[in-house]
Design a protein around this ligand. Structure first.
Ligand code: XMP
Length: 329
């Protein structure tokens, strides 16, 4: 009969026979559920002929790199090269305020790093890697070729082009997409069988361009990224402590490029405003803003202003999608 265990066995067989006993495979890990489960599955099939890369673009959340690398290495034993390209990304993003330009720059930088990784690997192995693993899901397959008249355009183009999926076309890599017939909940089930930690499988989605679309305007202004990381961490940790994390589709903080007047201690301050956003959703296409208890919001707001230097005002986003999008940029 049909079960996730059978899907797993079948996939491993298919991957083994596709890749054979000599060829090498590469995979870009984003830190998300899909690429992690896809890589774990391929690793199970072909072992260390899989070569993964994780790029720290300087736009990750608080301790994100350390956290995901620990899962990759300690829990999943994946062979991962971690590349810190923070300086390169941030220097390319300096002065850029247009959200689409930010996405283009990030996508282009990513491709060039991935390219270098593939070429280094080729030198090391004395042969070209032949396959590329992608964590494409069934809904992504539908979304990238929207049925005519379905009205699915803008945000899907964004997603498909700027996920870690958008990779060099001239590399002549054949694709392995072991999740392409599965829905998200099935991927989580598969991940559970593959011993991907439960907490990891339940992580909220995170956009490929990362905090670049959550610091409005120039991301390199002052210590905006660092402030945002601290605020976001307090918000997310509070949500987890309150047992609300799994009810929410996505929650995050946004750094606003405005200052407001405040009074902290006996000092007048002129500091930053941050926004909190949390939504419920089935698929990210539409979303409702999430109702927190007043007490919860009060605690979070106090905690943020008391512990994050440079923030004196916290607001909450109370808009659904539509008319807003989930992200602010
Ligand atoms: P929006 O903001 O369009 O977001 O309502 C819908 C979902 O997509 C995510 N998102 C992105 N994911 N690259 C990504 O990989 C992007 O450029 C991007 N923009 C938005 C967003 O976090 C939400 O889950």
């Amino acid at each position: 009969g049909w079960s996730m265990e059978n899907v797993l066995d079948e996939e491993i067989k298919v991957i083994k026979s596709t890749v054979g006993t000599e060829d090498h495979v590469i995979c870009a890990l984003s830190g998300g559920v899909d690429s992690t489960v896809a890589a774990t599955l391929v690793h199970k099939a072909i072992g260390d002929r899989l070569h993964c890369i994780f790029v720290d673009n300087g736009l990750l959340r608080y301790k994100e790199r350390e956290r995901v690398m620990e899962t990759f290495e300690r829990d999943l034993h994946l062979p991962v090269t971690c590349v810190d390209a923070t300086d390169k990304f941030l220097s390319e993003l300096k002065g850029v305020v247009d959200p689409e330009k930010k996405r283009k720059i990030i996508g282009k930088e990513f491709i060039s790093i991935f390219d270098a990784f593939a070429h280094d690997l080729e030198e090391k192995l004395g042969r070209k890697p032949s396959y590329l693993v992608q964590g494409t899901l069934y809904p992504d397959v539908i979304e990238s070729c929207p049925p005519p008249g379905s009205g699915r355009t803008h945000s899907h183009t964004i997603k498909s082009h700027h996920n870690v999926g958008g990779l060099p076309k001239d590399m002549k890599l054949k694709l392995i997409e072991p999740l392409k017939l599965l829905f998200k909940d099935e991927v989580r089930q598969l991940g559970r069988i593959l011993d991907v930690p439960q907490g990891f499988l339940k992580r909220h989605p995170f956009p490929g361009p990362g905090l670049a679309v959550r610091v409005l305007g120039d991301v390199t202004t002052g210590n905006a990224l660092d402030v945002l990381r601290q605020v976001d961490e307090i918000f997310i940790q509070s949500i987890k402590d309150a047992g609300l994390y799994d009810e929410i589709w996505q929650a995050f903080a946004v750094f606003l490029p405005v200052r407001s007047v405040g009074v902290q201690g006996d000092q007048r301050t002129h500091s930053h405003v941050v926004a909190l956003r949390a939504v419920t959703s089935q698929d990210g296409m539409t979303a409702d803003w999430y109702y927190f208890e007043h007490k919860f919001l009060d605690d979070v707001s106090r905690k943020i202003c008391n512990s994050v230097r440079g923030v004196n005002r916290v607001v909450q986003d109370i808009t659904s999608k539509p008319p807003s999008t989930i992200e602010w940029e």
